[in-house]
Design a protein around this ligand. Structure first.
Ligand SMILES: [Ca+2]
Ligand SMILES: [Ca+2]
Ligand SMILES: [Ca+2]
Length: 315
């Protein structure tokens, strides 16, 4: 159980396609023979006529959509207002008794205007009711918006992580993540942004699974002329407790995307990244990022750290 990070497998993959062309796979690039590349979509968004002379991010807003209150696995999408598209994704789980018993497995941009979020009850199920909220950070299309992804091979390692890189000449504006074929046994532990990449990590639960699963990182990128783009990270102290951190953009900047990462934990399968929640309130832009110990039988005995990040740019 200890030292399992050493068995973590990492695969980097980058693929580029242009949305609207007939063959989205045509430009697949294998970075390395052993790497699995996967095509993402690229939006070469023509913003002529859309850019405002006095705002770097016109139309910036956060929209959300919440499922019914019940006790089933869930998927929910939310669409950006007409004239805007997603920059980043986020999610929230509602319910007072579900702590650590719900795993978000998907938080991605889907279609041209929507964000899709999916979540499952942990192995064995959860008897109470809960909700899942999808959040989309939306704005009028930024110059050169593109979507890039990277996927690990389908293995059954205890942990896996993938990193998607923005193409040269672009910078990160938003993040997304997927666990593929993880059933009710695999949880997210990191969706961590840098200025030009996203690392997504996931781990099996305490009892593991024999399923062949993979993890997919999504990087949402824009032209590097985007003014003031930076990543701000807020880290918790190392304790045994569940944690929430609130990374905050500097004054005059807005949140385009966000992420979080659990670090320095010693016992496997018992802490999940349970909330990535972007907030715009009375002009202030920040986020809540939350991680929780799961409802398994192991008692985590190692102090662990939660980092939360916001991707900011000039308003
Ligand atoms: Ca249930
Ligand atoms: Ca396994
Ligand atoms: Ca299991």
């Amino acid at each position: 159980m200890f030292g399992r990070k050493g068995s973590s497998t990492r695969f980097l993959a980058l693929a580029i396609g242009i949305l609207g062309t007939v063959q989205p796979n045509a430009d697949k690039i294998n970075m390395k023979q052993s790497l699995l590349s996967e095509v993402a979509m690229i939006f070469l968004t023509l913003t002529l006529g859309l850019s405002s002379a006095n705002a770097a991010i016109p139309g910036l807003t956060v929209v959300q959509n919440t499922t019914p209150w019940d006790s089933t696995d869930k998927a929910i999408s939310v669409a950006c207002p007409i004239g805007t598209v997603p920059t980043g994704t986020g999610y929230d789980i509602g319910g007072s008794l579900n702590q650590g018993q719900i795993y978000v497995t998907t938080t991605i941009q889907a279609g041209s205007r929507s964000v899709l979020v999916e979540a499952v009850e942990a192995q064995g199920g959860f008897s109470g009711n809960w909700t899942l909220t999808a959040k989309a950070i939306c704005a009028e299309p930024l110059l050169g918006l593109i979507r890039v992804s990277a996927t690990t091979n389908s293995w059954s390692a205890t942990t896996a992580d993938a990193e998607a890189f923005c193409p040269v000449g672009t910078v990160l504006v938003g993040t997304g993540a997927e666990i593929l074929n993880g059933g009710n046994d695999v949880m997210l532990t990191a969706i961590e942004p840098t200025i030009d990449s996203v690392r997504v990590a996931a781990q099996e639960d305490e009892s593991g699974t024999g399923a062949l699963w993979s993890v997919k990182a999504h990087a949402y990128c824009a032209d590097d002329s985007l003014p003031g783009q930076q990543v701000i990270t807020s880290g918790s102290s190392g304790t045994l407790d569940n944690k929430t951190v609130s990374p905050d953009c500097p004054a005059g900047k807005g949140v385009l995307g966000l992420g979080g990462a659990i670090d320095n934990y010693g016992v496997g399968g018992d802490i999940s990244l349970s909330e990535l929640n972007p907030v715009i309130y009375q002009g202030d832009h920040w986020a809540y990022v939350k991680a929780e110990e799961t409802a398994g039988t192991m008692i985590n005995a190692w102090a662990w750290v939660l980092r939360g990040s916001v991707i900011c740019a000039d308003l």
